[in-house]
Ligand binder design. Sequence first.
Ligand code: OXD
Ligand code: MN
Length: 591
Amino acid sequence: MTIDRKFGMAPGGFESVEKFVEKYRAICEPDQVFWCDGSEDEKKFLLQQAVSAGVLEPLNQDILPGCYYHRSNPNDVARVEQCTYICTPSREDAGPTNNWAAPRDMYEKLHGLLRSSMRGRTMYVVPYLMGPPGSPLRMVGIELTDSIYVVLNMRIMSRMGRVALEQLTGKGDFNRGVHCTLNLDPAQRFICHFPQDNAIISVGSGYGGNVLLGKKCLALRIGSSLGRQQGWLAEHMLLLSVESPTGDKTYVAAAFPSACGKTNFSMMIPPASFEGWKVKTIGDDIAWMRPGKDGRLWAINPEAGYFGVAPGTNFATNPNAMRSIQSDTIYTNVAVTPNGDVWWEGKDGPVPENLTDWKGNPWTPQSLEKAAHPNSRFTAPMQNNPALAPEVNHPDGVPISAIIFGGRRATTMPLVFQSFNWIHGVYLGATMASETTAAAAGELGKVRRDPMAMLPFCGYHMGDYFNHWLNIRRELNDPPRIFHVNWFRKGKDGSFLWPGYGENFRVLKWVIDRCRGRAPARETAIGWMPRFNEFDWQGLPFAKSQWDELMQYDAAEWRRELLWQEEFLLTVHDRLPKELIFQRELLISRL
Ligand code: OXD
Ligand code: MN
């Protein structure tokens, strides 16, 4: 059967889309080409196909209407940074923190792997739009893929189908993405970016972050590179709005590394004692930001769904996420109950007596392995989120008042402090560090430098990236204030000093009050900090001694921290802006 669907209309740039599809059809030789239009009928059809091919299993439709389950290959469960390449013409432009290959060599190798790779398979043509229609920052991508799982996830994560083609310009200005599962041999797994061609080729994986090309590949790696050329920022940041009881709204962006709570923070519900305060989600993972004509920094969420980490998500930690994943959600690598419900470590309620684990094996509470993979995920449409901000569809986005950087640090970093100014804030972002998580393959819990949470996602030289941040300041009359937070500091007994989750609203409120000139602070060597009695404690008994431990900056720890920051800064030294070297000197002298 050949399903060869075209669109009745011919939007601008459509010819070049056809040319691109034809080029890779000739290389990959699929049995059929399926053009996705994003319609409801098409969704029904694709779901049926996915179920009959065994790619998806329907979950219990009474409990989880429209929800499906997918199990990935156990060798393919996370992003693979070691297989991710930035293929710029010169190695220096990719910088020392990225893997690099010469574009010509990499195209040759990938086209070799792609040759005849889709025989007996379907090539899906997935047009997708990142950003609201009509936004000056919007981008169109075309992803060619042989994975129906990818198509159905892209349908949730982006504005997919006809709407994307309608946003094409006559210049054929779209991202060219090719994904082929191959045979999932890790030795033939390559996630490659060609920023100069606005192109991505991903082979040998079926895992989200490696294959949903709109997300990490386009929105961050290619996006950051285009942003540098065009004067905007593509960042690994959540976006939220905070509405006060008097109705004023403040917009905040926050960069935390993967699996460090961006989704939770973006969907936070303030503690009951903060009557009248509302937090609304704009995005949970990626922000595109540009200086507006008014001199403020304006941000959009390019995505349309959430690809969130399931373990630890429950009605106490993130009620809005739980409500978002009750329908029309694809679950990947969680555990399944005998009646077709889903389960993961840290879900509400008692641990079930019997489960099928993420590998498809029977599981009981006595089992030694985890039932759900630590990086198991849900893919849910943003419309499901009861706290979705209406501004998410505004083409111009929202004006940002505060940027928050944060890492997962058991020591050294206090709960919150504010930078003295933009350059100092860029220094805080540039020297950020965090413990590694299951979102990427590799050792867990190891502290590594992750500047602005962008280490795995910056599509060019990190030194140039810091410079770009400094240059953006020149376009802003009213720049966002910059803060650093750490929800994960531990006491001497190894337990967390801060309750986190909804209680993080107290920190968020201090941040907003600082931006609005409503909160005093104490100047310290590392930045502006709240005093115990300046923090809003209504409804939370919290000991002053614990606060002191949480907010302490220890001279010996900071000496170590400085040397370690230096080690990272040396790796990008050839392009490190001098402003950051001076910031380091100032910090040393203050300490
Ligand atoms: C993600 C990640 O999936 O950062 O968002 O790994
Ligand atoms: Mn992320």
